[in-house]
Ligand binder design. Structure first.
Ligand SMILES: O=CC(=O)O
Length: 355
């Protein structure tokens, strides 16, 4: 034994982030060097006696893993803002700290959220396929071909255009507000949002910040579904938001509204959404996440829907953001192993510690 603390990193997270861990003389780094998923058996073998483990989204941090590590395990650092892959009550029970990477990915995810709204409303899934399959000549320009609802305000030159546009946010945290910031430039006039507690102060702050807005209102799920031209799902995942958007919600939405999910696949009932698109309850959907991902085959009911634009969970995938996430996760694990304050730590105190 070297007397150093062992830290296991289950993916190659880039030289800059690894350098942060390696620079600490009291830490022994054990790294799965490939840019592929470390086999579970490798993780379980190498985590024995470790003080910390750095994981990525989707790697289950379960009793099996905590037991394999043994009592030395002090910290889990996940390179993600979401942490539903981590058994939080279990960590609380064993007094194991949990670091995560919020904030650094806010702008990248907001960018892709807006992009998906426009891709879905403007039929980009279907039309891109036409070009890629060499079928452009079969669909010559025609006045109303491939038209979709416009998610911006046109101004007085077009009396036929809509003059109000309502964005609905299921969850109104950092990413939702960064998304709204971008939509202001497109002329969004009204905002509906859901929140767990009374948020009249938030409404007023948003109105003060964006004087072009007509209204900003906290709403129930039903009011938000019925009143929004575009609905953004931006809540955390987990049991509380499981199938938040299901048949009931989708049936209440406007028939020309667009649904965007860049949060967690489990927030939206895939079967209900596929039915909503097929039966035209709503116009289209833009999804960066799908329930059951990444095991989504070409015959998945949503993939077969021409008005569903689906990306393979790339919301935070800009180089700058991923380096920011990796370095933050690295600093978190070093701080956790040394018993210092982490840059971003999940508050596990709500889970009663029994050990
Ligand atoms: O979805 C991405 C994350 O949780 O970081």
């Amino acid at each position: 034994m070297s007397g150093k603390s062992k830290v296991v990193v289950i993916r190659h997270i880039g030289d800059e982030a690894l350098g942060i861990i390696q620079a600490n003389p009291n830490i022994d780094l054990v790294l799965w060097k490939e840019d592929t998923q470390a086999p579970r058996s490798w993780i379980l073998e190498n985590i024995k006696g470790a003080s910390g483990i750095l994981v990525v989204m989707g790697e289950p941090v379960t009793r099996e893993l905590v037991d394999a590590a043994g009592p030395s395990l002090k910290v889990v650092s996940t390179m993600s803002v979401g942490y539903e892959h981590v058994d939080q009550p279990l960590l609380a029970q064993h007094k194991i700290r949990l670091g995560f990477t919020p904030d650094v990915l806010t702008e990248a995810v907001a960018d892709i959220t807006v992009m998906l709204a426009f891709m879905a409303s403007r039929n980009v899934g279907e039309t891109l396929a036409i070009v890629q399959e060499g079928k452009w000549s079969t669909v010559p320009w025609s006045p109303f071909l491939f038209t979709g609802p416009q998610l911006s305000i046109s101004g007085p030159s077009n009396p036929s255009a809509r003059t109000r546009l309502t964005a609905g946010f299921l969850g109104f945290g950092r990413i939702a507000q960064a998304t709204l910031h971008r939509l202001i430039a497109f002329g969004v006039t009204d905002v509906l949002f859901t929140a767990r507690s009374d948020s009249s102060k938030v409404s007023q702050e948003i109105l003060d910040k964006y004087p072009t807005l007509h209204s900003v209102k906290q709403a129930s799920n039903d009011e938000l579904a019925a009143g929004s031209d575009v609905v953004f799902v931006l809540t955390p995942g987990g049991k509380e938001t499981y199938h938040l958007v299901g048949e009931e919600f989708l049936k209440k939405m406007k028939s020309n509204a667009v649904l965007v999910n860049t949060a967690r696949g489990t927030c939206v009932d895939s079967d209900a959404l596929a039915k909503a698109l097929k039966e035209k309850w709503i116009w289209a959907a833009g999804l960066d996440v799908v329930e059951g991902e990444p095991n989504i085959s070409a015959d998945h009911p949503l993939v077969k829907e021409p008005r569903a634009v689906i990306l393979p969970h790339i919301g935070s995938a800009t180089t700058e953001t991923r380096v920011g996430m990796a370095t933050r996760a690295a600093r978190n694990i070093v701080a956790g192993v040394l018993g210092e304050k982490m840059e971003a730590e999940v508050d596990l105190s709500r889970f009663k510690s029994t050990v």
